[in-house]
Design a protein around this ligand. Structure first.
Ligand code: ATP
Length: 392
């Protein structure tokens, strides 16, 4: 009864949106400060539901100003990050903001969410809107692969062979010790996501993309985000070591060159690392700039998801990442039938909502409740509909 795939209904959701009925006072839930929510029935009848107190997202504030803003949506796997991020991107675009939606989640679902192929690692225009909306699915593994092949071409064996031929075994050993290959084969936690986001920066910093005033990130589940934020010192240290070696190599090879007239070895790998390090510094700054960036936590009303969101907010706060809004997605309506399962489930959800209101980490956030709808949110009309109920 709750979620059933009904693609023909998804097409009709924009139609449904125009048929929303005002909430019936009789349906009010006896909790102070209740807010009405809307629940889409499979029959396309739309009924009013209520839930515990919830704020509105204050979309006008999110959409105000032409200066570029970044919104990062993150949370536990499967809670609706992609649906919320995609619906926000659609709404920004429809409000006159040329927008890019980016996924850095290795298990991409943007293409599924928009019901169109957005893969390919480059900006792809999203069909079905009158306003400019582009999507970018970055595959962290592919990004790492590109990185690795550059290192193998010249930074790895190329340099080694060259140094061998020059009889500089000592430096070769040092190069071995740095374990560049190993670093890329078994990356430290967070490196994948770091490379992916630094690749995104490449796009968003390019002149030709200046026009985009809203960038929405559909991030990988919590664990990745946290690792990215507190990228182990190991990464910095490794990059630092490699860069130091680069300098040593440069002075050694220029000395050799002056004696033997040899070409200097290319330094693609270390140049790439240097670039990565510089971009990571920028990404770190960007994540912490309250003027331009906001991290929106998405959760569902279950004890497990709420606990994870609480930990996520704690970590984000510790890292000085600005967070203002918490979306509680998939909130059930009060059971109108004698469905015992629904009544139990809703009771459970209400407990989780109460938990949010009493949680020291979460209580201060603007709480946005999004109803569970009983059709899958797929395609632009469905996302527009979702946007209108979540991002008010
Ligand atoms: N409010 C909602 N009502 C009904 N279905 C929803 C709602 N929000 C999301 N869904 C559905 O839940 C599923 C998971 O949503 P989504 O892909 O947005 O989650 P996610 O957090 O991005 O997942 P992942 O962590 O796997 O990337 C999808 O089928 C989506 O249509």
């Amino acid at each position: 009864m709750l979620v059933s795939p009904a693609p023909h209904l998804v097409r009709s959701l924009s139609f449904a949106a125009s048929r929303l009925v005002p909430p019936s006072p009789a349906a009010s839930f006896a909790v102070s400060g209740v807010q009405p929510f809307l629940f889409v029935r499979r029959s396309l009848r739309v009924r009013a539901i209520t839930s515990t107190a919830g704020d509105v997202a204050e979309f006008e504030e999110m959409a105000s100003g032409t200066k570029r803003k970044y919104y990062m949506l993150g949370g536990k796997g499967g809670v609706g990050k992609t649906s919320c991020a995609a619906s926000l991107a659609v709404k920004f675009a429809n409000h006159g903001h040329p927008t890019i939606i980016v996924s850095t989640d290795p298990a991409h679902s943007l293409s599924d969410s928009f019901a169109q192929d957005l893969s390919g690692g480059t900006l792809v225009p999203v069909d079905g809107l009158d306003a400019p909306l582009f999507a970018l699915e970055i595959n962290p593994e592919k990004a790492r692969e590109e990185f690795r092949s550059a290192s193998q071409k010249s930074g790895g064996t190329g340099v080694k062979d060259f140094m061998d031929s020059m009889g500089l075994g000592m430096l070769v050993e040092q190069l071995g010790e740095l374990k560049l290959g190993e670093l890329l084969d078994t990356p430290p936690p967070g490196l994948d996501e770091a490379i992916a986001i630094s690749k995104v920066m490449q796009f968003v910093e390019a002149q030709e993309y200046n026009m985009f005033s809203r960038i929405v990130f559909d991030t990988a589940p919590t664990g990745h985000t946290l690792r990215l934020l507190s990228l182990p010192d190991f990464l910095d240290a490794s990059i630092g070591k490699i860069l130091k070696l680069k300098q040593k190599l440069a002075s050694a090879t220029s000395a050799i060159k002056s004696v033997f007239g040899q070409e200097e070895p290319k330094q693609d790998a270390s140049d790439k690392l240097e670039q990565l390090r510089e971009r990571m510094v920028k990404v770190r700054e960007l994540f912490r700039d309250a003027e331009s960036t906001e991290f929106v936590i998405v959760t569902i009303p279950t004890v497990m998801a709420v606990s994870e969101s609480s930990r996520l907010h704690y970590s984000l706060k510790k890292e000085n990442v600005p967070v203002k809004r918490l979306i509680v997605n998939q909130v059930l309506p009060p059971s109108a039938s004698d469905c015992k399962f629904c009544a139990m489930k809703r009771k459970d959800q209400m407990r989780a909502l109460e938990m949010i209101q009493n949680d020291a980490e979460l209580m201060g956030l603007k709480l946005i409740q999004a109803p569970l709808v009983d059709v899958e949110i797929r395609g632009v009309p469905a996302l527009r509909f979702m946007g209108d109920i979540v991002w008010k």
